[in-house]
Write a protein that binds this ligand. Structure first.
Ligand code: GAL
Length: 696
């Protein structure tokens, strides 16, 4: 048995993981041997086995067939390929839906979905849970001590296709969940504001999921149902996890794969329930800013794991098959986006899937081994990336230390994007990106944080959008600011509590003292119009126009803050738009009451960061298109330079921290002054640690 080393997220794998989903059940045993022989060329060291193979492991209810899996795992062990063993419960076999139709999910319009695709189960179905646990029990008892198995993969992308179910079984589970949450029907009536529109319940049996209604369903009912649905899926995960834990040695971590900024599951809670975070990323090749989402999503994954390295569980080598038009990734994109995830904390680059399928719904999805076999461009790209990751072995376990945090809360996100709001033009992820991108471009290390977490360790906390905030979340921000953290809050934040009930008395009620202002009225902007902004007198910004708002504005009254930018026209002309407030305790806060155009947002966020004394990674600003990140172990520092642009750039790799004697990993190791990063390329530098302290 390999020794346990706490530095590595997969303790039995002392390297960066490289590999992908391997589906032997789709192929004959001769192909298994060919596959395992071929894995040696790119240095595949980790495969996820049998993610969607329930029907093969349990061909009829209660009858197991493990023979083929025994052989597959033994062959992996012999080939030196470690296994992330999946519980296979994400795609129930036809017999489950046929014999127990009540396990099939129902839409809000009452349509029961059929089997024939995948993930066709009601998250609250006791029958589904029982059958899933029987399989998990059999599999984990049989394979927990198999030396090929180094980790566990529960389910698959929970909620990707069926995040909610509105059937009667779900309705009953929802009522039980609500009874636990509220204790009494009176408390539920109060929380849901059922005095409105005569919605008052007189009996628990009247409470149902937010099924299709003639007009807006009750907002708190919708919000609670989303939280309940996330919890219901999480219960499925933890139930399988607990079965595995009864059998498995503790150094075989348990995970399930996330989907980045996925709107249907509260990943802060999910991440707490896992041993390590893993994630799937399929960039949109039609979006020229995909790499920014690539960076933000990866930072989110690292943050969800408390800074621990995470695994890129799935990506495509080339084309996918599920957007409208699915072109291939270029070799440069594949390499750069893969290394980007490592640059932001991933300790594995895995793929869906190893060998491209020849039948079924995903036969036009690329694999590491394409239909045409190894004589292909994409296979060579895989072999090259495998070699590169092997050379980066020392990066495994390295951490990133950030002084900036961006607050993200799933329930607030859900509440923001419900119907019946002042504007349906607000997108949580859109707003996050507007705040993230300027910092990313300048090359700051950035964490994401839960609003109720301890934020006081950060020099700067950004709250781009927190429409709904709990009392604890509101206090956490206040205590961080009182402790000296600079806090910047975006528009329409702190407006309601966690029940979606308005915090009245001037918005944002919990933070009026913190921000030194109150907001009289929210004033979303009608499509197509814009409001100009200009520097306020005394702001030191001169009199030049400072951009425009086109989505949102607010009527702000100052009670201690000073205006930095003000509205230039319309009814708000001369009123504050962006404000700054110095607290008696020494902290400083900012409020941004309008959406700013990209250039103005860039200038504002960089000013806030600079003012907060946060240091970017490089002393001089990176050229346009260049992304910079840093990872550290107790012995080494790694500087990643990724050129997403169309032209070569010259970079001075002098960091703002301790001086470092950089050497290049790969080709010519010497670094003398500035270095060139060709268009689309990635350069990785390494230096010995000069200091003793390491990233948290
Ligand atoms: C993921 C899923 C994989 C595969 C892949 C295709 O969502 O987990 O099983 O379907 O997408 O891109």
């Amino acid at each position: 048995m390999t020794s346990h080393d706490a530095r590595y997220v997969i303790p039995r794998l002392h390297a960066l993981g490289f590999g992908g989903d391997w589906n032997p059940e789709q192929w004959t045993p001769e192909v298994w041997d060919e596959d395992l022989a071929l894995t040696q060329q790119p240095g595949v060291n980790l495969v996820t086995v049998r993610v969607l193979s329930w029907a093969f492991l349990e061909p009829t209810p209660g009858v197991h067939d493990f023979g083929w899996l025994d052989t597959v795992l033994d062959k992996c062990l012999a080939a030196g390929v470690s296994v992330d063993l999946a519980t296979a419960t994400a795609s129930p076999p036809p017999w489950l839906g046929h014999q127990w139709p009540q396990t099939l999910p129902v839409t809000d319009e009452g349509v029961r979905l059929a089997y024939g695709a995948r993930q066709q189960y009601c998250p609250s179905s006791p029958v589904f849970l029982e059958r899933a646990l029987l399989l998990t029990e059999a599999v984990s008892a049989r394979y927990a001590d198999h030396d090929a198995v180094v980790m566990w993969h529960v389910g698959n992308e929970y909620g990707a296709h069926t995040p909610t179910c509105y059937c009667d079984v779900s309705a009953e589970a929802f009522r039980a969940w609500l009874a636990r949450r509220y204790g009494s029907l009176d408390a539920l009536n109060e929380a849901w504001s059922t005095a409105f529109w005569s919605q008052r319940f007189s009996d628990w049996d009247e409470v149902i999921p937010p099924r299709r209604t003639p007009y807006f369903p009750n907002p708190t009912q919708q919000l609670d149902f989303t939280t309940f649905s996330s919890d219901a899926m999480l219960r499925l995960f933890t139930a399988e996890r607990d079965v595995i834990r009864r059998h498995s040695p503790p150094d075989k971590p348990i995970t399930t794969n996330f989907m980045r900024f996925f709107p249907h599951a509260d990943y802060w809670q999910w991440a707490d329930a896992e041993d390590l975070v893993s994630d799937d990323w399929y960039p949109d090749l039609d979006d020229a800013r995909s790499h920014v989402e690539g960076a933000a999503g990866a930072d989110l994954m690292r943050s969800l794991g408390g800074g621990q390295p995470w695994l890129l569980m799935e990506q495509a080598v080339s084309a996918i098959n599920w957007r409208g038009v699915n072109p291939p990734k270029t070799t440069a994109e594949y390499r750069r986006w893969s290394l980007q995830q490592v640059a932001h904390g991933a300790d594995a680059v895995l793929h869906f899937q190893w060998r491209a399928a020849i039948g079924g719904a995903e036969k036009w999805h690329s694999g590491m081994l394409p239909h045409a076999g190894p004589r292909t461009r994409s296979w060579r790209a895989v072999v090259d990336l495998g070699a590169e990751l092997a050379a980066l072995r020392e990066v495994a376990g390295a951490r990133t230390s950030a002084s900036v945090a961006i607050v993200l809360d799933w329930p607030s996100w859900w509440a923001l994007e419900l119907d019946s709001r002042p504007s349906t033009g607000l997108s949580m992820v859109g707003i996050l990106k507007e705040w993230y991108e300027p910092l990313w471009r300048r090359g700051y290390s950035i964490d994401f944080a839960h609003p109720e977490s301890d934020l006081s360790g950060y020099a700067l906390v950004l709250v781009p959008q927190l429409y709904a905030v709990t009392d604890a979340g509101a206090k956490s921000l206040i205590s961080a600011a009182e402790g000296g953290t600079t806090v910047a809050v975006g528009y329409f934040s702190g407006a309601v509590d966690e029940r979606d009930r308005v915090r009245a008395g001037g918005y944002p009620a919990p933070w009026q003292d913190l921000l030194g202002l109150w907001v009289e009225e929210y004033r979303p902007i009608v499509g197509g119009s814009t409001i100009g902004l200009r520097p306020s007198e005394g702001s030191g910004l001169g009199a030049r126009p400072q951009g425009t708002a086109s989505v949102w504005s607010e009527h702000v009254h100052l009670t201690g803050a000073v205006a930095v930018l003000e509205y230039a026209h319309g009814e708000l002309a001369g009123q504050p738009a962006v404000t700054r407030h110095d607290l008696a305790s020494g902290g400083r806060t900012w409020y941004v009451s309008a959406d700013l155009d990209a250039a103005s947002m860039d200038a504002l966020i960089l000013r806030i960061a600079d003012d907060a004394g946060v240091e970017p990674i490089l002393r001089s600003a990176p050229p346009e298109g260049l992304e910079v990140t840093i990872r550290e172990t107790p012995e080494k520092r790694f500087l990643f330079l990724l050129n997403h642009g169309q032209t070569a750039v010259a970079v001075d790799p002098t960091t703002t921290g301790d001086p470092a004697e950089w050497r290049r990993i790969g080709a010519d190791p010497s670094v003398d002054g500035t270095l060139d990063v060709p268009a689309g390329d990635v350069v990785i530098l390494v230096a010995n640690q000069e200091r003793t302290s390491v990233a948290r």
